[in-house]
Ligand binder design. Structure first.
Ligand code: NAD
Ligand code: DAU
Length: 336
């Protein structure tokens, strides 16, 4: 079996490649990544030592390039992680989100169709469902819920989901979709909440919390997400959508306080800043389908996951120090 993993030089894609190399050494893997600001070839340095892994630099929205690659490689499985992934950047510059997340996905769907891919798996997000109120804890997103995306990012991901389902219904392309909640863990780009707070705290810099910090996210340690995707690839039914979540809802302010406590840093570093426009209030996933159909449940507790994540950032200072200058500094100054 030959897998194409797009976006594999980013956070979750990198973790997925290592998960698969370890758990399915019998398969062959090709990673296709454009190496945007969020893609980092250094993430894949160890993967390059494996004979059954290869990296290809390229853009999923470049039709000719993608079709040539599919013709040469004859992939059995495509897992599409490639995306512009950061909500705040989508508010600043939506265009690139539509090109990569919508048109790029369409190019991959077309190529998968033409070259007879046996499974196309779209990596989606809980954000396609919109948000939930803070005062109705009994409500959770189900796979059958309507899509109500709030940001240009989530609207582009919802569009990609709809295209994926349309290719199943119209052309019979064997697709599956997984929608996951907020991931954290090694290799996450420090524009996202958890790594940004860890790195700022380590540098005794202010920790910018949007609004009042009451917004709720459902956190999942990245390897739990990788395991769930692997199970869906093996056992998932064509045309189906699967919610993946950590069953771990936390207010942002509590996440930030936990990080400060674990690092032994003072709460005086917290700074409440202007809220994100259209800021989703709460995400919560009903993951009963994954549990009932496959017996899957997340394994890593938030306590343990945050400790492992902090340890990784402490042990990989060079990795993040190389990131937090240049384009990152300009972005940071614009944002905060
Ligand atoms: P990331 O931003 O860390 O990585 C994205 C990767 O895609 C980068 O390596 C980038 O270079 C690559 N890429 C971007 N545009 C490309 C293009 N046109 N062609 C080829 N490669 C391109 O993102 P992430 O957090 O690892 O997210 C991966 C996927 O998971 C995304 O589809 C995202 O929507 C989804 N997701 C993320 C989370 C989360 O919490 N991070 C949760 C649920 C779903
Ligand atoms: O829910 C899944 C989604 O999670 C993925 O689809 C996205 O790709 C991923 O980026 C993530 O989106 P969020 O917007 O939830 O993640 P982010 O880390 O940007 O923010 C988490 C929460 O923390 C959110 O309520 C905004 C808040 N926040 C974020 C940053 C960066 C702050 O308060 N301060 C910050 O500096």
């Amino acid at each position: 079996m030959k897998y194409l993993i797009t976006g594999g030089a980013g956070f979750i894609g990198t973790n997925f490649i290592y998960y698969m190399l370890e758990n399915h050494p019998e398969y062959e893997y090709v990673c296709l990544d454009k190496l945007t600001y969020a893609g980092n070839l250094a993430n894949l340095q160890k993967a390059m030592e494996y004979k059954n892994f290869r990296f290809v630099k390229g853009d999923i929205a470049d039709r000719k390039f993608v079709f040539d690659l599919f013709e040469q490689e004859r992939f059995d499985v495509v897992v599409n992680f490639a995306a512009e992934s950061h909500v705040d950047r989508s508010i600043e510059t939506p265009d690139v989100f539509l090109v990569t997340n919508v048109l790029g996905t369409q190019v991959l769907l077309d190529a998968s169709r033409k070259f007879g891919v046996k499974r196309f798996h779209q990596i989606s997000t809980d954000e396609v469902y919109g948000d939930l109120p803070l005062d109705r804890p009994e409500l959770k997103f189900k796979e059958t819920d309507n899509l109500r995306p709030s940001s240009p990012y989530s609207a582009s991901k919802a569009s990609a989901d709809l295209l994926t389902l349309a290719y199943y219904r119209t052309y019979g392309l064997p697709v599956t979709i997984s929608r996951c909640s907020n991931n954290y863990g090694p290799y996450q780009f420090p524009e996202k909440l958890i790594p940004l707070m860890i790195i700022n705290a380590l540098n005794d810099k202010e920790l910018p919390v949007y609004g009042t910090g009451q917004n709720v996210r459902d956190w999942i340690y990245v390897t739990d997400h990788c395991e769930a995707v692997d199970i869906i690839l093996q056992k998932g039914k064509e045309g189906e959508i699967y919610n993946i979540g950590g069953n771990c809802e936390k207010k942002n302010i509590d996440v930030v306080r936990t990080i400060l406590e674990k690092l032994g840093k003072p709460e005086s570093l917290i700074k409440f800043v202007k809220d994100r426009p259209g800021h989703d209030l709460r995400y919560a996933m009903d993951t009963s389908k994954m549990k009932e159909e496959f017996g899957w449940e997340p394994k890593v507790s938030f306590e343990k996951g945050v400790e492992k994540t902090i340890e990784w950032y402490l042990n990989n200072e060079q990795w993040w120090k190389e990131i937090i200058n240049g384009e990152y500094l300009e972005y940071y100054r614009r944002m905060y």
